[in-house]
Design a protein around this ligand. Structure first.
Ligand SMILES: NC(=O)c1ccc[n+]([C@@H]2O[C@H](COP(=O)([O-])OP(=O)(O)OC[C@H]3O[C@@H](n4cnc5c(N)ncnc54)[C@H](O)[C@@H]3O)[C@@H](O)[C@H]2O)c1
Length: 400
């Protein structure tokens, strides 16, 4: 790695909300001096309090010493202007998800930071290309997509835009590796890896529910009990928030020029419209105010397998598409889903294990039943079945 990004390098973070403060904590834990800036002083005060209590909990759990947290906090400077960004080697933007606001932040940053400073965005849905349009020197700019909570989740998607210099990608990849993260390079396409590949986890679950095949607790039970996912799709949608999850789904659908594979569901749209956003509003697919209102699942193994298989093959098909369209490598896609959303297994290794011929047969049967383009099998999956090979045979060929 280039000397400019070693431990001595100072890091600037713009936006002291959930992600910005988590990124600042991560960088300071890795030994960097960090300048955390927000345009609202109250956000800075909240971030300072919040970080203090998160680190204090680490001491209570014996994961860090009092001295260590003092040092980490001592390395984070909560700044009310960006004057000190004159000294940084990397500036990461984590402000609200709005194109104009982010472009404006980058225009200003470019006038302050040194000529050789790298610039990164934590956007989850805007294209790197559209943000880079605001910059005079887009070669030093790329996406570094952290997952929430940033200090805990290992995945960072590294997203070069069409104007990013390859050396910028290499430098940021090495830096994330040095910070103890699991970086994965992804192409600048809607949803990058995780937010694209995970869509059927929610979408197909909603579809199964809408068709009346099973109720919500039964679908969640099947995915957890038989699929070993940490949370069921509906629990997870309630946790993320139906407002946030619906908007991400709609954005991916729109950005893919309305490909029916990503079509949002009316069920979730109505939940969003009604303000039933999930845990944060007390009600979503489940009632968090009075849990006695939540029905028990039907623990029918046969039905459970049907649910799991349908969602799983759709996830594998989507993961195959990410490889087919060269969004990421086989290993990259599997790492992203395990380290970014804690899937119990990589989807492509799971597919290989189940047998791709079986996966393809299941998808074709859905396509026959519904006649919808949503269920079209991916060309790479079809090719591998024709050749009697697995996804990891491709990975071996890639690395040899
Ligand atoms: N929250 C998540 O789970 C998550 C996960 C991955 C990526 N992201 C992305 O990270 C970014 C930040 O998300 P968040 O959840 O931390 O949002 P947030 O609302 O918690 O924080 C955003 C912060 O930006 C500040 N801000 C707004 N405009 C600013 C400006 N012009 N200059 C400086 N500060 C400004 C706000 O005061 C606020 O403190 C977004 O792009 C989001 O899509 C969020």
């Amino acid at each position: 790695m280039n000397k400019s990004l070693q431990k001595e390098a100072k890091i600037g973070v713009v936006g002291a909300g959930t992600m910005g403060s988590g990124i600042a904590q991560t960088a300071a834990t890795a030994g960097h001096e960090v300048f955390l800036y927000d345009s609202y002083n109250s956000a800075l005060e909240n971030a300072q309090k919040h970080l203090g209590s998160i680190l204090q909990r680490q001491v209570e759990k014996d994961r860090m010493t009092h001295d260590e947290i003092q040092q980490i906090m001592g390395r984070i400077h909560f700044v009310e202007d960006t004057t000190q960004f004159e000294e940084v080697s990397l500036a990461i933007e984590a402000v609200v998800e709005d194109l104009e606001t982010k472009q404006d932040v980058f225009r200003r940053l470019e006038g302050i930071v040194p000529q050789d400073c790298y610039l990164a965005t934590n956007t989850s849905s805007l294209s790197i290309a559209s943000l880079s349009a605001a910059l005079k020197k887009p070669g030093r700019f790329l996406g570094t997509h952290f997952f929430n909570p940033a200090p805990v989740m290992p995945l960072v998607e590294i997203i070069p835009g069409i104007q990013t210099d390859p050396s910028t990608t290499d430098q940021l990849y090495d830096l994330m590796d040095q910070w103890g993260k699991s970086p994965v390079v992804a192409k600048d396409t809607p949803g990058f890896i995780v937010n694209r590949v995970a869509r059927p986890f929610y979408g197909e679950a909603l579809r199964i529910y809408e068709e009346g095949i099973a109720d919500i607790p039964t679908i969640d039970w099947a995915m957890k009990e038989l699929g070993e996912f940490k949370m069921g799709p509906f629990e997870l949608m309630d946790f993320i928030g139906n407002d946030v999850n619906y908007k991400v789904t709609y954005t991916v659908f729109k950005e893919f020029f309305f490909d029916p594979r990503f079509k949002p569901s009316f069920t979730q749209k109505r939940m969003y419209e009604a303000g039933l956003h999930g845990r944060k509003t007390g009600k979503g697919f489940y009632d968090y105010e009075d849990s006695s209102n939540n029905p028990e699942p039907t623990r029918d193994e046969e039905l459970g397998k049907q649910i799991l298989n349908r969602i799983l093959v759709m996830l594998i098909n989507e993961a195959a598409d990410a490889v087919f369209m060269q969004v990421a490598s086989v290993k990259g896609v599997d790492t992203a889903m395990k380290q970014g959303v804690r899937y119990p297994r990589g989807l492509l290794e799971w597919g290989d294990e189940l047998g791709l011929e079986w996966v393809l047969r299941e998808i074709k049967s859905l396509q026959d039943t519904y006649g919808e383009d949503r269920y079209r099998p991916n060309p790479l999956l079809k090719k591998l079945v024709r050749k009697n090979r697995g996804f990891y045979d491709l990975q071996t060929a890639e690395t040899n």
